[in-house]
Design a protein around this ligand. Structure first.
Ligand code: SIN
Length: 292
């Protein structure tokens, strides 16, 4: 099956033109799509008409979807646990939107997402874009001594670190922490399909390095958060209804922009695909910054 690949930014992102993802895709086409995805990290398919089942089937062509038991039930599609409903919620007097800080999906688990898929159902008139950053570039553009130092480090990934999560009532945070205990992950990971190294830290989940105090960790982490999200490393998606997009969480981070006020106007469906095992659960001692 023929399709065109149109790059959308110099750092990452490409549009696939000419494929209807509600239809079966032959193995050769799927293999070429996967190569395009490994090269461009984010693939966009415009104007797709998919049922929830077809969105799950599209996702399965890349890997098995998570069932999202780590999220509150109200965020899951009532008939398909694989589908997360990405829309704002009213929590503790505040409108909380999904993905308000830079992150990589499920990085706070020992099966971080290999990929995620978003399918746009409704969008505000303006705003509500999503931005991705290329974490290969983030790693490769650091100085050699810093790369060597980071290669040896592990970093805490904690779902409940993010500002969105900290505003919730204490009981909700505690329940979430029981479902999602913090994990330690390598600060740099080797992508299992491309063999390239990618930085694996993000501002939502990462409070500190293992074996270092927060005071020692934070200036380094803040520098890495700034460095990895510089505009030259980014692709920005302006959503239209029926856009279908898949990205590689192993070498990107992303952020949903909060620049819209009609909260009910933005709704997408998401799958996250189960990645390779990575990281281990933290001990309480490690979490409090005592050298392991
Ligand atoms: C997400 O963080 O997975 C959702 C991104 C978005 O809402 O644009």
């Amino acid at each position: 099956m023929e399709f065109e690949i149109k790059p959308l930014a110099s750092a990452l992102g490409a549009e696939i033109i000419g494929l209807d993802m509600s239809q079966p895709i032959d193995d050769d086409t799927q293999a070429r799509l996967r190569q395009a995805w490994l090269k461009h990290l984010v693939l966009l398919f415009r104007g797709q008409q998919l049922t929830p089942e077809q969105m799950i089937a599209f996702s399965r062509r890349f890997a098995e979807p998570h069932t999202h038991t780590n999220y509150e039930a109200e965020l899951r599609h009532p008939d398909h646990a694989e589908l997360l409903l990405v829309k704002s919620r009213h929590v503790a007097g505040r409108d909380v939107r999904f993905g308000e800080q830079w992150h990589s999906d499920m990085s706070f688990t020992t099966r971080p997402a290999l990929a995620s898929v978003l399918y746009a159902r409704s969008m505000p008139e303006t705003g509500g874009d999503t931005v991705w950053a290329n974490m290969y570039m983030a790693y490769e553009t650091l100085s050699e001594p810093l790369r060597r130092f980071l290669d040896t480090l592990e970093v805490v990934h904690d779902l409940n670190n993010g500002t969105t999560h900290r505003v919730r009532p204490t009981a909700m945070i505690e329940a979430s922490r029981r479902r999602n205990p913090p994990v330690r992950q390598p600060a740099v990971r080797i992508h299992p399909e491309t063999g390239r190294k990618a930085l694996f830290v993000n501002e939502w989940a990462c409070p500190q390095f293992i074996g270092m105090t927060r005071e020692e960790s934070q200036p380094i982490l803040e520098m890495l958060f700034r460095h990895s999200t510089q505009p030259e490393f980014q692709f920005r998606q302006k959503w239209k209804r029926d856009d279908l997009l898949i990205w590689d969480n192993r070498c990107t981070i992303h952020l949903a922009l909060k620049d819209y006020t009609d909260f009910s106007s933005r709704e997408l469906m998401r799958t996250s695909l189960v990645g390779e095992p990575s990281g281990v659960l933290l001990t309480e001692q490690e979490y409090h910054g005592v050298p392991a």
